[in-house]
Design a protein around this ligand. Structure first.
Ligand code: NAP
Length: 333
C-alpha cells in the first residue's frame, strides 16, 4: 500500500476508506455487521485512514467506526479523519452549515465519545460557513491542535481564498475536495494551490458515487433516501452519456492495462495530484480490487486517451454542487 505523510509524523495509506454510506442516511440504510467487517477488513489490508463525519447518519457512522476500531489494536493501527461544522435541527432533517466555535467545541466531545477515542488524527471543517468569520473557526481548531485533541487540521470544500484566511489563524495540513474522472473542478484552483503551499489533498467521491465502479446500469433502482435519486448525473437525460463514457473507459482499462474501470478510476485520481483517494465502501467485497491499485501508473498516452473519451461523451460536465448544504439562516427559516 502506498503511503504519504499527512502532517508531522502522521503517515497514512494513499487510499482512505469513506464511511458516508456506512452511516445509512442518504444511502438507503446501513447493515452494521457488514459495515464493521468492511472497516476491520480495510485496516487489515493496509487502508489505515478512515474518513467519517458526525452528519453521516447523524452520529451512526462515527459510532460504527468507533465500534469497529475498538477491537484489539485496530485503533492504534488506523487513523481517524472526522469533521465538524454541520448542524441539524433533528436527526434526518437537512443539515446546515454551522462552524461557530461553540458548535465545534461541542461536536468534538460528541465525536470523541462516539469514536471511543481520546484524540482524532485529522479534524476537518466539513463545509465553509460564510455566516461565521473563518478566523474564529480556525482559532478553535488551532486550540484543539495545541491541546492534543487533534493531530492534524483540515478543511473540506474550501476555496484557496478561504484557505488563505484560515491559515492566518491556525496551521492547516490538508484539504478534502471532490475529484474524480467526471468531477475535475479542483484542477483549476485547489490542486495548484495545494502544490504551491504544500497542503495535502484528500479527494472524495473517487468513484463518483459508484458511477465509476462499472457496476451501475441504466435500469438500476436506488432504494429509500439514496442520494443518487436526485444526483443530476444519475437522471435519465444524463446517465446514458456517463454510462457510455464508462463503457469506453472499461475497454481502455482492460485492453491497455488489464484492469477494471474501478481500478483505473482510483489510479487516475492518485496519479493526477491528490495525495489520498477516499473510496466509499460498505461491504467487505467492495474493497476486493484494492491490491490492484498499486504497482503501476497511467502513462501520458493513457491520460490523453481518457481525456478524449470524456470530451466525446461528456463535453459539458456537471459538478457535485447538488450536495452542498444550505446556510444557517436558510435552514432556520
Ligand atoms: P464514492 O467513493 O465515489 O462511491 C461509493 C459507492 O460506490 C459505494 O457506496 C458503492 O455504492 C459503490 N462501490 C464502491 N466499491 C464498489 C465496488 N467494488 N463495486 C461496485 N460498486 C462499488 O462515493 P462517496 O462515498 O460519496 O465518497 C467517498 C467518501 O468521501 C465518503 O464515504 C466520505 O467519507 C467522503 N465524502 C466527503 C464529502 C465532503 O463533503 N467532505 C462529500 C462526499 C464524500 P453501493 O454500495 O450503493 O453499490
Amino acid at each position: 500500500m502506498e503511503k504519504i505523510d499527512l502532517a508531522n509524523d502522521l503517515s497514512v495509506s494513499r487510499i482512505g476508506l469513506g464511511t458516508w454510506a456506512i452511516g445509512g442516511w442518504m444511502w438507503g440504510g446501513t447493515n452494521v455487521r457488514e459495515a464493521i467487517e468492511t472497516i476491520r477488513g480495510a485496516v487489515d489490508r493496509g487502508v489505515t485512514l478512515i474518513d467519517t463525519a458526525p452528519v453521516y447518519g447523524f452520529g451512526r457512522s462515527e459510532e460504527i467506526v468507533g465500534e469497529a476500531l475498538a477491537k484489539g489494536d485496530l485503533r492504534r493501527r488506523a487513523h481517524i479523519a472526522t469533521k465538524a461544522g454541520l448542524n441539524w435541527l433533528e436527526p434526518g432533517s437537512d443539515p446546515y452549515r454551522d462552524s461557530r466555535p461553540e458548535r465545534i467545541r461541542r461536536e468534538i466531545e460528541d465525536s470523541l465519545r462516539r469514536l471511543r477515542t481520546d484524540y482524532i488524527d485529522l479534524y476537518q471543517i466539513h463545509w465553509p460557513d460564510p455566516e461565521t468569520p473563518i478566523e474564529e473557526t480556525a482559532r478553535v481548531l488551532g486550540e484543539l491542535y495545541r491541546e492534543g485533541k487533534i493531530r492534524a487540521v483540515g478543511v473540506s470544500n474550501f476555496s484557496p481564498a478561504q484557505m488563505d484566511d484560515f491559515r492566518q489563524e491556525a496551521p492547516l495540513h490538508i484539504v478534502q475536495s471532490p475529484y474524480n474522472l467526471f468531477e475535475r473542478g479542483i484542477e483549476e484552483d485547489v490542486l495548484p494551490y495545494a502544490d504551491r503551499t504544500g497542503l495535502v489533498v484528500l479527494c472524495y467521491g473517487a468513484l463518483c458515487r459508484g458511477l465509476l465502479s462499472g457496476g451501475i446500469r441504466a435500469d438500476r433502482i436506488f432504494a429509500g433516501d439514496d442520494l443518487r435519486k436526485s444526483d443530476p448525473k444519475f437522471q435519465p437525460d444524463r446517465l446514458p452519456h456517463y454510462l457510455a463514457a464508462v463503457e469506453e473507459l472499461k475497454r481502455l482499462a482492460r485492453e491497455r492495462y488489464g484492469k477494471s474501470v474501478l481500478v483505473l478510476a482510483v489510479r487516475w485520481a492518485l496519479d493526477k495530484g491528490p495525495n489520498v483517494a477516499l473510496w466509499g465502501a460498505r461491504r467487505p467485497d467492495q474493497l476486493n480490487p484494492l491490491e490492484e491499485i498499486g504497482g503501476w501508473t497511467i502513462d501520458e498516452e493513457g491520460m490523453a486517451d481518457i481525456d478524449a473519451i470524456l470530451r466525446r461523451h461528456v463535453p459539458i460536465p456537471i459538478g457535485p454542487e447538488f450536495m452542498a448544504p444550505p446556510l444557517r439562516h436558510l435552514a432556520d427559516a
